[in-house]
Design a protein around this ligand. Structure first.
Ligand code: GDP
Length: 383
């Protein structure tokens, strides 16, 4: 599936850069084009894969190219004021080649956390393509203002996108890490397999269609992604180019079936981009990637059936992604997740820090609202 990436703020631009880097190195082809939007000139200059011709500097009269700091309201205002510049750049993208937009932002900062929901709203109004969000949650040690911003941005952003995929830095960033290279590379791998899996090849009947990815994400609300990969004993070239190979039913031995099904289990029970209870999700997608002869029909089906049992959802799709590789990987997308202690924790910390500052939101629609909204006298959405 082809995505147009809109990276907003420093983290948004950096993660968009990492996704493009993965896409080019592996020849996956899921990034059709990308734009970076920021109020800090120096952050834009750091980008290696989003060229200057695809960058929009917003808020120049207000922040003189120095960024919005961690001021989420300023971030939202300056992006809203310069939204025409963003949309002119989007109009320049090859829209007919694009299946969806992916608006990427760190939710703890200012420009991305405030600006991403503004951009998502405008994209939804202007284009008949799904608009997905990729939100990066701050780690616990980042401090109150980041948590407040994230909680506030989250409850606005989730309503402006068709689905919000969350990535929790708390789970991925080791203390003392100065940069986000490892978490960003991990995220790129997961999304690369997820969004790169559709296409045609020798195993066409098992191949994921773009429409299946879109249907899985059509729950709205919040999603999380699990992943695991293991080295395959036959030496090849890494999880690289798509391979046109042929699997035969004789490859479906009990051993290969169990191995693949176990991989799916490990992806679902291992580290998710956002930790959550998987017993209560709306939809799921299981993808197994690797050399075609390893991707057995029975193994995939057993893994998919296990996810169905574990989640209680009757809408678990599954497919394979044959690639020339010396690794076998499984990706599991859980869409429409509601039991997320981490989001509740984030909100509780934010509410505590900001108890006196904001007026009362009223709505409380089940069940997404139970997750992203907060009770009376707590956090107000951005808009
Ligand atoms: P902005 O430029 O004002 O939008 O602020 P940032 O994009 O720097 O947002 C800061 C938040 O993003 C913090 O909570 C960080 O945890 C997170 N963040 C910053 N850079 C990265 C990155 O490269 N990868 C990830 N995963 N998170 C990041």
């Amino acid at each position: 599936m082809k995505l147009a990436l809109i990276g907003v703020g420093q983290a948004g631009g950096t993660v968009a850069d990492a996704l493009i880097d993965y896409d080019r190195r592996t020849g996956t082809g899921f990034v059709a084009d990308a734009i970076a939007v920021n109020s800090a000139r120096s952050d834009l200059r750091e980008l290696r894969h989003v060229p200057a011709s695809r960058q929009v500097l917003v808020g120049l009269p207000h922040v003189m190219g120095h960024g919005a700091g961690a001021d989420i309201e300023l971030g939202a205002d300056i992006v809203a004021e310069d939204i025409c510049d963003v949309l002119v750049m989007v109009d320049d993208l090859p829209i007919h080649e694009i299946d969806a937009f992916l608006v990427v932002a760190g939710l703890g900062g200012g420009t991305g956390s405030g600006g991403a929901p503004v951009i998502a709203r405008e994209l939804s109004r202007s284009y008949a393509k799904p608009v997905y969000g990729l939100g990066l949650l701050p780690a616990r040690d980042e401090g109150g203002i980041y948590v407040i911003n994230a909680a506030q941005s989250l409850q606005t952003f989730v309503h402006e996108v068709d689905n919000l995929i969350l990535f929790d830095n708390e789970n991925w960033r080791r203390s003392g890490d100065a940069a986000y290279e490892m978490p960003n590379a991990e995220l790129a791998r997961r999304l690369g397999v997820l969004f790169g899996a559709d296409g045609t090849d020798a195993n066409a009947d098992l191949t994921i269609e773009t429409s299946e990815i879109i249907s899985t994400l059509a729950t709205g609300g919040i999603s999380t992604v699990g992943y695991v990969s293991v080295e395959h004993d036959r030496p090849e070239r890494g999880l690289l180019s798509r391979l046109v190979g042929r699997r035969t039913d004789s490859d479906d031995t009990p051993h290969s079936t169990n191995r693949l099904a176990n991989l799916v289990r490990r992806a679902a029970l291992g580290r998710l981009t956002l930790p959550c209870q998987i017993a209560d999700i709306e939809r799921g997608l299981v993808i197994v990637a690797g050399p075609p002869d390893v991707l057995t029909r029975r193994g995939l089906e057993r893994g998919r059936a296990w996810v169905e049992d574990e989640t209680g959802s009757r809408e678990i799709r599954g497919g394979d992604y044959p690639v020339e590789s010396n690794y076998v990987a499984a990706v599991v997308l859980f869409s429409g997740v509601y039991d997320v202690p981490r989001v509740k924790e984030l909100q509780a910390v934010a509410i505590e820090a900001q108890r006196e500052m904001f007026a009362t939101p009223e709505s409380n629609v089940e069940p997404l609202e139970n997750l992203v909204e907060t009770d009376a006298d707590q956090l107000k959405p951005l808009f």
